[in-house]
Write a protein that binds this ligand. Structure first.
Ligand SMILES: *Cc1c(COP(=O)(O)O)cnc(C)c1O
Length: 356
């Protein structure tokens, strides 16, 4: 049987070892006689799952003690409105638009308060030079999306925001490499790219930023109330948290984010180097901003798109179609994609090029 490699942008591939473990534990978690899905979120079994998941996540990213980790629902898009509700505090906020997701964040936040767009790339193939960003000294925060999933654009550094806290949407590259959490006020990430199944969103927030929520913020959206209640103002997405915990354990066993970064560099290099070596395939993203997680590319002759996708499926290479707003192809190569998957894709791309 051909191996199956799933290049979906999200919900995305999960480690086989994690899925097998979840399968083995599905009906009877650790001798409890019941499934994690059936447990009270306030019982000691589930509380131990939550505590372990948080501890492992903190260890993976070396999260400092003055940051809270929240396990929330609603995905990254719900955070787009929670962020201004929790942080604006009567001020305005700065936003950079570097792709589809940060553009959407601006749209959502504008419904809540006053937003300034301080940088904007056109087209979405690069991060504008930080020297040209028109930052406001008294902004409540600066929002960026450090990896644009749709456009394949990844930040290769951070702007100097002075004392303004940086709020980063890291949905599609969290845990793909080490990050210095202390440089951020808030980091958030929907789970379904690099963490686990959809339905869970992780928020890392610096303690002092928990004091700024508007008085009308609903309880489930209120970060401080969630922090004080261990993310249990209401029922948290328990099974998603359990799955995320298994992924964190898997990552720690493999040497953590520094080790997986080396694999991610190798996978991305394989694909980009091949694209650069031929004019049959095209990637238009500025070299220093090419995403290690999401590789969008086009066939020079787009008449072959349908054939490329159909043949790819026959080779076990799934979900390579590009985002509907961009077209072309996109290979998402998250942590759970093995190097062999990137190699299989390149082998197939070469084969397709030869026969077309
Ligand atoms: C997928 C994604 C989102 C949207 O996440 P939802 O869970 O659908 O709300 C937002 N931002 C980025 C960068 C993403 O990759």
């Amino acid at each position: 049987m051909t191996s199956i490699y799933n290049f979906s942008a999200g919900p995305a591939v999960l480690p086989q070892a994690v899925l097998k473990r979840a399968q083995a534990e599905m009906l009877d978690w650790h001798g409890s006689g019941i499934s994690v899905m059936e447990m009270s979120h306030r019982g000691k079994e589930f509380l131990s799952i939550l505590a372990k998941a948080e501890a492992d996540f903190r260890a993976l990213l070396t999260i400092p003690d003055n940051y809270k980790v929240l396990f929330l629902q609603g995905g990254a898009v719900a955070e787009n409105v929670m962020i201004p509700m929790n942080l604006l505090n009567g001020k305005s906020a700065d936003y950079a638009i570097t792709g589809s997701w940060s553009k959407r964040s601006v749209k959502e936040a504008m419904a809540i308060g006053s937003i300034n767009v301080v940088a904007q790339s056109e087209p979405f193939t690069y991060v504008p030079d930080f020297a040209d960003w028109t930052l406001s000294e008294d902004a409540a925060y600066l929002h960026i999306c450090t990896n644009e999933t749709v456009n394949g654009v990844e930040f290769d550094g951070l702007p100097d925001a002075g004392g303004v806290p940086i709020v980063a949407d890291m949905s599609s590259h969290i845990l793909s490499k080490p990050v210095d959490v202390s440089k951020y006020g808030v980091i958030y990430a929907g789970a379904q790219k690099n963490i686990g199944p959809a339905g869970l969103c992780l928020v890392i927030v610096r303690d002092d930023l928990l004091e700024q929520a508007s008085a009308t913020t609903p309880c489930v959206f209120h970060w401080k109330q969630q922090a004080e209640n261990d993310s249990m103002v209401n029922t948290p997405p328990t099974y998603g948290i359990y799955m995320a915990g298994l992924v964190f354990e898997w990552l720690l066993e493999r040497g953590g984010v520094a080790a997986i970064e080396q694999e991610n560099i190798a996978k991305a290099a394989l694909i980009y180097n091949y694209i650069d070596s031929t004019d049959f395939y095209i990637n238009e993203v500025a070299e220093q901003n090419r995403s290690r997680m999401n590789v969008p590319f086009f066939l020079k002759d787009e008449a072959f798109n349908a054939a490329f996708l159909a043949d790819a499926e026959k080779h076990g290479l799934l979900q390579l179609k590009g985002h509907r707003s961009v077209g072309g192809m996109r290979a998402s190569i998250y942590n759970a994609m093995p190097l062999a998957g990137a190699q299989a894709l390149v082998d197939y791309m070469k084969l397709f090029e030869k026969s077309h």
